[in-house]
Design a protein around this ligand. Structure first.
Ligand code: ACM
Length: 272
């Protein structure tokens, strides 16, 4: 199976231009069976008021971006996961990722763990965590800051994800390294599609770290881009590697869990 990502620098608010660029880059990566694009890749990231979300957000699946991605997915026979500002109404928005494939639109994932000022603009998704059987592999989706919570990747892996698709606009320096841990601790592949460049807005600006990457169940870095350049990277993998959860002949990653001791994981309060 050929899996890949697209790294690029969306221009804030230039939805049509950004969408056109994604189509060009998807066409370049058309040999892939599965391609992941960055978070919020048609709008840019740094919103400063809700009217911008009203203007730039889109309905899913009936908005132009999801339709265009569905069309190119059919033409190139590729599954695509891409980040989008999802507009449910003029007051309800999600930081979402759509999944489309050769048969068209499949589903939308709404980011569960919102980062920083995203809380001013987006509602948090309420799950549930889902996986999708693409035939060659089962995939799960998480968006950017979801990486901070190991529960996200763990639950997707427990549901059977072989590959986690991770559209991102990463800003913290240690995110990509941590995704290697998410791979080894769950014995799965991960595809982090990050953006590059900066959003420079009135009174605020943010730089994004690039370094998009693909990691393996053995904690290998199968591909990585640099911090600055647009890039399309594709690697061939055997998704079945992710089905082997044996750590030693006597240790199974999931069956050796001592869940009877893990009850604090299910409480929000932190013991003092
Ligand atoms: C992030 O979640 N975009 C940092």
């Amino acid at each position: 199976m050929k899996i890949g990502y697209i790294q690029f620098n969306p221009i804030f608010g230039e939805v049509q231009k950004n969408l056109d660029r994604t189509i060009e880059l998807i066409t370049k990566g058309k040999e892939a069976d599965l391609l992941v694009l960055p978070e919020l890749c048609t709008t840019g990231y740094l919103f400063i008021d809700k009217s911008e979300l009203q203007r730039f957000g889109e309905k899913v699946p009936d908005g132009p971006s999801t339709k265009a991605w569905s069309k190119i997915a059919k033409e190139t026979d590729t599954f695509i996961v891409a980040g989008i500002c999802e507009k449910v109404s003029d007051s309800e928005f999600y930081n979402s990722a759509v999944l489309v494939g050769p048969e068209g639109f499949i589903d939308v994932y709404r980011k569960i763990h919102l980062f920083n000022n995203e809380k001013d603009f987006f509602k948090a998704g309420n799950g549930p965590f889902k996986i999708y059987d693409l035939g060659d592999a089962k995939i799960g989706i998480m968006v950017c800051f979801d990486w901070v919570f190991p529960e996200t990747a763990r639950i997707l892996a427990l549901h059977g994800a072989d590959i986690i698709c991770h559209p991102a606009n990463l800003v913290l320096q240690f995110s990509q390294k941590t995704m290697l841990a998410r791979s080894i601790e769950n014995r799965i592949f991960t595809i982090t599609a990050n953006r590059t460049g900066e959003d420079i807005r009135p009174n605020s600006q943010l730089s994004f770290t690039g370094l998009s990457q693909i990691t393996s169940p053995k904690m290998e870095l199968l591909a990585q881009s640099n911090e600055h350049d647009e890039d399309v990277k594709i690697v061939e993998i055997d998704p079945m590697q992710a089905r082997n959860k044996m750590i030693t002949a006597n240790n199974h990653l999931f069956l050796d869990r001592r869940v009877e001791l893990y009850s604090p994981l299910l409480k929000k309060e932190v013991e003092k």
